[in-house]
Design a protein around this ligand. Sequence first.
Ligand SMILES: [Zn+2]
Ligand SMILES: [Zn+2]
Length: 141
Amino acid sequence: MTDKDYPGRRKAGQRIDARRLDRVVADAQQSRIERHRGYREQSLRLHPWVCGRCAREFTLENLHELTVHHKDHDHDNNPPDGSNWENLCLYCHDNEHRRFADRVRGFDPLIEHEQAPAATHRPFADLRALLAGGNKRKSDP
Ligand SMILES: [Zn+2]
Ligand SMILES: [Zn+2]
């Protein structure tokens, strides 16, 4: 009489176990790392080993100091023609991201239109004023 199994029936004991979840997460991280490695290799193949900002040249010996920057800051935007990648040395890359962070915070909208890093930009000027103001509180009545 029971030659028909209910199709919706599941075997007992099929709970999501944490170890499996861990492996899924690890796999996702691994593929992210591989993707990262992939676009760096591609960019180094497509573009010259020269920093796009300071024009420093790289060889196999110091190639690890040459990084790949995403022009639109979207790491998931990796067109195979390399149009979103730019080879930057560690320092210029760091600088680029600091400028981007400033822009996002609305510090200086004009910075978008200039290429050279702004030497007059003093991110800590406000902080100093703030600290000075804090000290002033000591002035007694
Ligand atoms: Zn550079
Ligand atoms: Zn970047």
